[in-house]
Design a binder for this molecule. Structure first.
Ligand SMILES: N[C@@H](CCC[C@H](N)C(=O)O)C(=O)O
Length: 270
């Protein structure tokens, strides 16, 4: 079975081209592909499938030809993945399945519009972040409060005083299961100066990753709130690079790199 590997600011993905919806991906198979020692290794899987052939996305197929079927490294489903969507769009253009410029992609979190050239960065209209109040987490034995932001998927973005480098995000942070019954992605961030923040993340279903696009938007929303703002362009520094988030009154945009690094055959029967 053919696969590609790609990343966006080192949030890495196995891409499975499945235009005719032939694959029946089960969680253990996704986990096997993503395993860093015995598989290809990735934070998640991007199955590339025609929206009209996918029951989950068929109603979006009027607007979007392709559906990003995103799975976390443990095999769980997620509604959206910002870095994954940039990589997905780069794959479509490089494979000749979409023309450079602007086009729509169906996701579990709704139709998203992406913009990209023949090379270079990819920009996504991520939609309007939903701010749902505040919640709490416990990391490194200490409690932190943060902003509950829904980007299609759930986030808790916490502004902290200590340098983010000192946090251990290897274990799942504690969170309020009444607020987040489906789990949550937890971001810890510092203000660096100007509209720049430094962020680390523990992703639901994948553990600590080196970047998270939806998490970067949630972090920009929380940083803007802390600064008494609702709009503006924020630079979000992550372990794997930098992404740019622009907040407007109506929506949010995420821009950053998307790189394909390898392709091959996966010998296991999926
Ligand atoms: N890395 C992603 C987010 C992937 C999904 C997340 N782990 C979840 O379960 O919601 C991103 O770049 O947004």
């Amino acid at each position: 079975m053919r696969f590609l590997k790609g990343h966006g600011t080192e949030n890495d993905f196995v891409i499975l081209p499945d235009p005719d919806a032939r694959l029946d991906l089960a969680a253990p198979q996704v986990a096997a592909l993503c395993h860093r020692r015995t598989g290809i290794g990735a934070d998640g899987v991007l199955r590339v499938v025609r929206a009209k052939l996918c029951p989950e996305a068929a109603e979006q197929s009027g607007e979007a030809e392709w559906f990003m079927d995103y799975r976390n490294a443990d095999g769980s489903l997620a509604e959206m993945c910002g870095n994954g969507l940039r990589v997905f769009a780069r794959y479509l253009v490089d494979a000749g399945l979409a023309a450079p410029g602007e086009f729509a992609v169906a996701t579990r979190g709704g139709v998203k519009r992406v913009r990209l050239g023949v090379s270079g960065d990819v920009s996504i209209d991520m939609g309007r972040p939903r701010v749902l109040g505040e919640s709490r987490t416990v990391v490194n034995g200490r409690e932190y409060r943060g902003v509950n932001v829904n980007m299609g998927n759930p986030h808790l973005a916490c502004l902290v005083e200590e340098p983010v480098a000192g946090f251990d995000l290897g274990r799942e942070p504690e969170f309020d299961r009444e607020v987040y019954p489906e789990g949550v992605n937890v971001e810890i961030f510092n203000a660096v100066g100007g509209r720049t923040v430094s962020m680390r993340v523990h992703e639901r279903g994948s553990g600590e990753t080196r970047s998270c696009g939806t998490g970067a938007v949630a972090t920009a929303v929380a940083a803007a709130r802390a600064a008494g703002e609702t709009t503006g362009t924020w630079e979000v520094r992550v372990l794997g690079g930098t992404v740019t988030v622009t907040l407007t009154e109506d929506t949010s945009h995420l821009a950053g790199p998307a790189v394909l690094v390898a392709s091959g055959e996966w010998p296991a029967v999926l």
